[in-house]
Ligand binder design. Sequence first.
Ligand code: HPA
Length: 258
Amino acid sequence: MLAIIGGSGLTTLSNLDVSHREVVRTPYGEPSGALVIGQISGQPVMFLPRHGYGHTIPPHMVNYLANIWALHDHGATGVISVASVGAIRADLKPGDIVLPHQIMDYTWGRRSTFFDGGNTPVTHIDFTEPYDMALYTRIAAAAEAAGIEAKRGAVYAATQGPRLETAAEVNRLERDGADVVGMTGMPEAALAREIGLPYAAINVVANHAAGRGSSAQGIHFETLEPVLQEAMGRVRTIIEHLVCSQSRQQPAETAEGC
Ligand code: HPA
């Protein structure tokens, strides 16, 4: 079953026909909220809002271990992370949808591994390609089929937050090779890899990064909401197409609604 982790701007999946909600406890504590399980176009999909249903959990306080563990334990076979970002690369602007292919991690102090000693042997996952490229390709194909532009390839910088960056920090991120900046991509992606869950991301540009373009004088999140909401509508359509393309690989009777 496909799982969607929704970030800022996507606290519900309005096209999800909900069958039930499950409150999950994990060995790592509580996930951000109950898992919402239902169907999109007749196909099973699971949803979890990363920041909680009231959008009250800041990026550094998200229980990433519990979230990933809960999705895996409840039958997720792949995870799509939806997250808003600031644009560093000059050709990106608010409202753009971007499919990142690489990550740089600037977070600190977050619990970031399932393999932290105890009874588990020392384990070093391969993270050369942090996203599952098969899932990435399916997202890109779904966007294309839906006629929605999704820019392929970006280096995602994960910062600690919850404050936004300084202009100088954004300049440094650019020198490092980052194209977009967000606060939640790590350790989420690494934990998914550790547990063996294919994971890919859809980023929605909410703003120019600090000191750039329309954010030259500052970032005012309140004014970005309409752009984010409109873009999240396009993200929902991409997800619908992806789910339908999956159903077409199965017997016709399960593809009902696509
Ligand atoms: N920086 C970090 N995270 C973000 C931003 C940003 O500019 N925009 C949305 N999430």
